[in-house]
Design a protein around this ligand. Structure first.
Ligand SMILES: [Fe+2]
Ligand SMILES: [Fe+2]
Length: 158
């Protein structure tokens, strides 16, 4: 497995979650999305994609990073509205999930395919760096939010 395949597993979990239009654990979801998924993209995967791609790919990556900031802001609003029992919380969840799943599909369509050009050695290092981000930001939260099992983590660590 490589780092982009791992990100696409996250996207699959997020597509299923988005159909339910709710969150199991507001803080856990944020940790998974921003501290793990987005951190792997911005620290490990996007810098490689920029090197592998052309100027167009660089522009796409910049706009994906801008989406991350927007998603973080939208999510912070949801957290605040939930705490305040503001009806906007329920009303804006679909918009949040639509924005997120569209963003994820754009990543899969526009830049992730470049990953196939990466050298196998770099691929291994990047997978290791990705697992380190998961472990340092919270393996339990990651497993809870994605449905990934401890056995799968062990398997991909080998
Ligand atoms: Fe992203
Ligand atoms: Fe993503």
């Amino acid at each position: 497995m490589d780092a982009v395949e791992l990100l696409m597993i996250d996207h699959s979990a997020l597509r299923i979650r988005s159909e339910k239009n709710d969150f199991i654990d507001m803080m856990g979801f944020r940790a998974f999305l921003m501290d793990i998924h987005v951190a792997i993209e911005e620290k490990v995967v996007f810098p490689e994609l920029v090197l592998l791609g052309d100027n167009e790919a660089k522009k796409t990556v910049d706009s994906l990073i801008a989406d991350h900031k927007l998603l973080d802001k939208l999510y912070s609003n949801l957290v605040k509205w939930k705490a305040d029992e503001n009806p906007l919380y329920e009303q804006r969840i679909p918009l949040f999930y639509q924005t997120l799943t569209f963003h994820n599909s754009q990543e899969e369509k526009l830049v992730f395919p470049l990953w196939k050009k990466l050298e196998p050695e770099k691929n291994r290092d990047d997978m290791k760096a990705s697992l380190e981000i998961i472990e340092s930001s919270g393996l339990n939260v990651y497993m809870k939010e994605t449905g990934v099992s401890p056995e799968m983590i062990k398997y991909i660590e080998q």
